[in-house]
Ligand binder design. Structure first.
Ligand code: SF4
Length: 446
């Protein structure tokens, strides 16, 4: 999502007549679009902002601004750590970024330099006189993330279809920093996808915090079909687009019409990232995740009934407050039964400002680590087994760009398996798979 928002910000500058700099050192303006989901991400962004501000010349350039979730979460408090930051814009304010930067640039051209403010301890109010700060709400901001850079040869693109989240999982800060759930109109999204198709894009990934709740409260169901599935059908009809993905759905909104869509829409890829978080109903309840483990399994089974080669990846948190060995065994067992072939496994750490941060973080670090390792080992086994199925077969690969090593290209199958290939070119290729590792398929274009 941040990658998409960053591209939108870059496109806003280009549309306003500015140009993108090849290097940080030659930039007049540097925007750090930040993440807040873990505290480490915030610390890293603050450190980076400090380095950038230390490089400012006597004229006050480069202008350094902070956008995204950390900007929303910390607001003016950022200036305590990095006083020379020029602007701070919240998650619903990035559409105004160009005018903020131009205002700062004008002040710098007139000789107004950011005050030499010292870091201030929490005993004193923070000095905001030199910085533009706006972290207020904007009820139409979700409609503003629609600009793309015109990148030649690009075959994949993200499309933001909604903003915010209303789920309030106990460990998550997203609802606070991304605001209420708001969905873009179907027609606007379809127009954006058509434009991308005209520019040569073949695959679109629809983005939303709870992407399958798209339209909730603002766009009606039609004949029992959810707004999200209606949107998928419309995109399936866009000429030039060959693949559709989406991320991240929530198990609670994964209903029959969406499962059926996998059988009906030929462009919908056989891959879903479906966050489980825990296989224990007790822990799911504590996390405020309103589904049960057996419902999750029913979704996975139904998807595989429609598409037997369905790849399912997930997110898991181990060591949530109160997680017992028994709870973890349930997670492990479901992890195996669901046959995840990719997973992001996190060791729980409390995030200030969330509900679970008030609970005792009572699972010992070494227990979290051993649970993490146990799932990683299982994942490696399952992922290898899934990848081995491709060996000896010829599959459709959408080649995106050159792989890191040598001249080989890389791309993805419909099931989102990474393929490194010899021969071929950017775009669709048929690839004969010769080898499989845990993470990668290797083959040659035929
Ligand atoms: S669904 Fe839960 S985990 Fe996902 S963004 Fe919303 S609150 Fe966070």
């Amino acid at each position: 999502m941040n990658e998409r928002d960053s591209e939108n910000i870059a496109a806003l500058f280009v549309n306003a007549g500015h140009s993108l700099s090849d290097t940080e050192a030659s930039a007049d303006v540097i925007v750090l679009n930040t993440c807040s989901v873990r505290e480490a991400a915030e610390q890293k962004a603050l450190g980076k902002a400090g380095h950038l501000c230390a490089r400012k010349g006597a004229d006050g350039f480069p202008i350094v601004g902070i956008t995204g979730c950390m900007a929303q979460n910390l607001g003016a408090e950022i200036l305590r750590r990095v006083p020379e930051v020029d602007f701070i814009l919240g998650t619903r304010k990035s559409a105004d970024i160009v005018s903020h930067v131009e205002a700062v640039a004008k002040r710098r051209a007139e000789g107004q330099r950011a005050a030499k403010v010292k870091r201030r301890s929490k005993r004193y109010p923070v000095d905001t006189s030199h910085a533009d700060i706006d972290i207020s709400d904007d009820e139409f901001s979700h409609n503003a993330v629609k600009h793309h850079l015109d990148i030649s040869g690009r075959v994949c693109a993200y499309v933001s279809i909604m903003q915010g989240c209303a789920m309030n999982c106990s460990y998550c800060i997203v609802p606070q920093v991304r605001g209420p759930e708001r969905s873009r109109p179907i027609e606007d999204i379809v127009d954006e996808v058509k434009l991308l198709a005209e520019r040569g894009v073949k695959e679109v990934t629809l983005l939303g915090q709870v992407v399958n709740a798209y339209g909730r409260g603002s766009i009606p169901y039609e004949n029992g079909v959810s707004p999200f599935v209606r949107l998928l059908r419309r995109i399936n009809d866009v000429e030039g687009i060959s693949r559709i993905r989406f991320v991240s759905p929530h198990p609670s909104y994964f209903r029959q019409d969406l499962i059926n869509a996998y059988g009906e829409l030929e462009k919908l890829c056989e891959y879903v990232h479906l966050p489980l978080q825990s296989g224990s109903d007790r822990i799911l309840k504590a996390m405020n995740r309103p589904y049960r483990a057996d419902k999750f399994m029913r979704i996975a089974d139904s998807l595989r009934a429609v598409k037997p080669n369905m790849s399912i990846s997930t997110d898991i948190i181990v060591g949530y407050p109160g997680e017992t060995d028994e709870d973890f065994e349930m997670t492990k067992s479901l992890f195996e039964r669901a046959g995840f072939d990719m997973a992001y496994i996190f060791k729980y750490s409390p995030r200030p400002g969330t509900k679970s941060a008030q609970l005792a973080d009572d699972v010992a670090e070494e227990v979290k680590e051993s649970r993490n390792q146990a799932l990683l080992e299982l994942l490696a086994k399952q992922s290898q087994a899934y990848n081995d199925r491709f060996v000896g077969k010829t599959v459709e690969v959408l080649v995106e760009d050159a792989a890191k090593r040598g001249e080989a290209l890389k791309g993805f199958t419909r099931e989102h398996r990474k393929v490194v290939l010899t021969g071929g070119k950017v775009g669709f290729c048929n690839v004969h798979i010769e080898r499989a590792t845990v993470t990668t398929l290797e083959g040659r274009a035929v």
